[in-house]
Write a protein that binds this ligand. Structure first.
Ligand SMILES: [Zn+2]
Length: 366
């Protein structure tokens, strides 16, 4: 019985946590529920970066005394002074009898310390309830904390036969209107959106979020030879732009881009004109980019997979057959030499979006 209740209240805490999506970075999304005699008496979530933690909001919203109540929280309560005082002290002072936690803090410097402090104060602590769900909503935060690299989602649309355009180049639109609206919403959830110079030249996209209540993502352009024209929309529109390039680019053009207010990261690889994406990721983290939505095209996507920077893949498959040997496919480059060395996904989720099939999964790192 208790297990069922624990799951039910933790699910509610996870729903609350998700309400902070897009507003808490680089901090995690956290939800908290306070339960007394089987009834929810307080709820809260981490609403905005630097704001009160979920536990604080839940206590502030309590309809009655939380003495001897149970606290459900999606992430181990903090036990150190950050932007706010430690939540463990607050939990202890409120006379909470039991704390149920979905996942421990992924920061190895503090992981388990909050739990230890609560137990030392005589509070019963249960951990691991709905743990994988909690980890999945904070996949960006976990990667940022443990690897100091941005979490990268590769998102693309293709026809049933794996094509992204007709041989003529016509590509708008392969996926349904609903799929495209969903993709635009995704842009608000990521700190940066990354495309290659080829996409800038061919499609001249704005790369804005068009999602109410969310900031536009930082536009990240992979352009090893600085081949995208200065007149491109992405360079005119207000908002942050970071260009990933190499020392092969024209220095005068580089200066012009910088004078226009573009930020530049130079990351040379062994091949002239080809950006070392892995190195560039470290530069991006230093500029506060915790998450990237990678939108292609085929060559940039191929380089990203080759560099091992992609964490998750979401592909919209439209019920349409384009055919044609000259029609471009999703991923360029040289491709895998054997099926064994092909990029594999795990934890696959599938759903429909209008008439399209959406397939999502995490990239198996070798
Ligand atoms: Zn806290």
């Amino acid at each position: 019985m208790r297990m069922d209740d624990d799951k039910r209240f933790m699910m509610r805490a996870l729903d609350l946590a998700r309400q902070g999506q897009g507003h808490t970075r680089p901090n995690p999304m956290v939800g908290a529920v306070i339960v007394k005699n089987g009834k929810v008496i307080g709820e809260g979530f981490h609403e905005i970066f630097g704001g009160p933690h979920a536990e604080v909001n839940a206590f502030n919203n309590c309809s009655e005394s939380s003495k001897n109540a149970t606290l459900y929280v999606t992430l181990e309560p903090c036990c150190h002074f950050g932007k706010t005082p430690p939540c463990t002290d607050l939990i202890i002072s409120k006379g909470i009898e039991r704390v149920v936690i979905a996942m421990t803090d992924p920061n190895p410097l503090v992981s388990g310390k909050g739990i230890q402090k609560l137990r030392e104060a005589g509070i019963s602590v249960t951990t691991g309830v709905m743990e994988s769900d909690a980890a999945s909503i904070n996949e960006v935060f976990i990667k940022f904390i443990t690897e100091k690299k941005p979490f990268v989602l590769y998102k693309a649309a293709m026809s049933l036969d794996g094509k992204t355009a007709c041989p003529s180049g016509e590509s708008q639109w392969i996926s349904s209107g609903e799929s495209r609206r969903e993709s635009h919403t995704l842009r608000g959830m990521y700190k940066g959106i990354m495309v290659g110079a080829g996409t800038v030249i061919k499609d001249d996209p704005l790369l804005t979020a068009r999602t109410e209540g969310f900031d536009d993502p930082v536009r990240i352009i992979v352009d090893g030879n600085l081949s995208a024209p200065l007149s491109a929309k992405v360079f005119q529109n207000k908002g942050d732009v970071i260009i990933l390039t190499t020392s092969s680019g024209n220095p005068e053009k580089l200066e012009k881009l910088q004078n226009l207010g573009m930020d530049v990261i130079v990351a040379d690889s062994d091949v002239p004109g080809v950006v070392d994406l892995e190195m560039a990721m470290t530069g991006l983290v230093l500029k506060g980019i915790d998450s990237i939505l990678l939108e292609g095209g085929a060559e940039t996507a191929a380089s990203a997979f080759k560099a091992g920077i992609v964490d998750k893949v979401r592909v919209y498959v439209a019920p349409m057959i384009i055919g044609g040997e000259k029609a471009p496919g999703l991923i360029g480059g040289e491709g895998a030499k054997t099926l064994q060395s092909a990029t594999k996904l795990y934890d696959i989720q599938m759903k429909c979006c209008d008439v399209d099939m959406v397939i999502e999964g995490y990239v198996k790192k070798t």
